[in-house]
Design a protein around this ligand. Structure first.
Ligand SMILES: [Zn+2]
Length: 102
C-alpha cells in the first residue's frame, strides 16, 4: 500500500518537473525572442502555443574585448560597446586604448 502511494507521488512530482521545465524554456524564449515590449501582450494563456522553443531566436553579440560570440542575454553593454562578461567590460574600460575614435 505504501509503495503505491510512493509511486503516485513520484508520478505527480515528475509531471510537475516536466511542466516547470517547459514553462521555464518558453518563458526565456519569449523574453529574449520578442525583444521586450511585445512579450507582455502574449502572456494570457498562450503557454502551450510553442511546443518547442527555437534556439535561433536569441541574437548573438560579439565581445569587443575577446571577439567571442555570446548570447545577448549573457552580454554586458558598457558605453555602447558589448562584452561577453562583466570582467571583460571592466578589462576593456581600465586598459588605455589609443585607437578609440570618438
Ligand atoms: Zn569577452
Amino acid at each position: 500500500m505504501r509503495q503505491i502511494f510512493l509511486l503516485i507521488v513520484l508520478f505527480i512530482v515528475g509531471q510537475w518537473l516536466v511542466k516547470a521545465l517547459r514553462r521555464h524554456d518558453a518563458h526565456t524564449a519569449q523574453r529574449t525572442g520578442a525583444g521586450g515590449a511585445r512579450g507582455a501582450a502574449n502572456n494570457g494563456n498562450g503557454a502551450a502555443r510553442q511546443p518547442e522553443a527555437p534556439q535561433l531566436a536569441e541574437p548573438m553579440i560579439r565581445c569587443v574585448e575577446c571577439g567571442v560570440h555570446a548570447p545577448k542575454s549573457d552580454s554586458v553593454v558598457v558605453a555602447g560597446q558589448v562584452f561577453c562578461s562583466a570582467a571583460h567590460a571592466q578589462r576593456h574600460g581600465t586598459r588605455p586604448t589609443g585607437r578609440d575614435a570618438r
